[in-house]
Write a protein of this length. Sequence first.
Length: 321
Amino acid sequence: MLVVGDAGSGSRREAGGRSRGAEALREAREARETARKRREIESRGERTVTTSDRSKAWAQTGIVGMREIGATAIDERVFALGSKVRVLDYGGNALTSIGAAEKVALLTEVSRIVLRDNALGSSGSMPWNALARASQSLTFLDLSGNPNLGASMTGFDSTIVFSSLRTLNLSRCGLTNACLVSFSFPTLRNACVAENALAEALPEFADSEHLEVLDASRNAITSIPPSFGAMHRKLHSLNLARNAVEAHGVPASFLADAEALVEFSLHDNPLSTAAFREIEGYESFDARRKTRASKALDAKVMLSKSVFDEGIDADRFERFT
């Protein structure tokens, strides 16, 4: 390799290449990066060792966080902790069951359960009664993304009551209308049953008189039960986007009876804008919607597009004819 000298500084450099000083800096940087990666690997190894007995942390915090670790079953130490467990999160794993009924019944103080994106129901049974009775503190239950779960929600001899549940997510669970018949949610506020196989009439949630938000989008629903508005006078948001609702599917009394309703999405349904505006009670609904938008503007709060959304597609009639 040709090496030339710099007469002014006495330094040497490779012709057409980097100076030796720059090369040394590069090597130093690479050494530091290698050392950093080695420390990270060693640190991960240490954490693996220290978390081999996770139950100590679970007992101290009451939080069992096991999201997306490839688990196929709930750790037996979770059930051993019993009433110490407040939050159970096994989302994004490969669970086919949550365990035997007698074990689930030990979780008497759990308030939040997240079991989304697993394979629950694929092994057949699901201990629904034990889950409902386990805790009077359970307020949040996310079972979304378990496509075989619906098969485990029929054929009960008695009603299964979740007496304290406020938020329920059953989206993408393979539900049919029969799946919710044997369940009762008297304290439910927020429910999501989107992306299922619900058809014909919207599930009533008859005893959920405190229901405020219901997302039943992306199903095959064609109608709203005539008594739905009267049963859910606190309902302020109903999402029926991407269903099969036509004008006759919205009962004459619904918009008038659902006196708190300010968000009603019927996007991607056959119902036309003109027909929607002719439904009895539309004027009351539209006035509530505009009043809420005005209050939000006056308060100078951040607004979502739903605040101004009438809930229907302007060209829906043309696209379905």
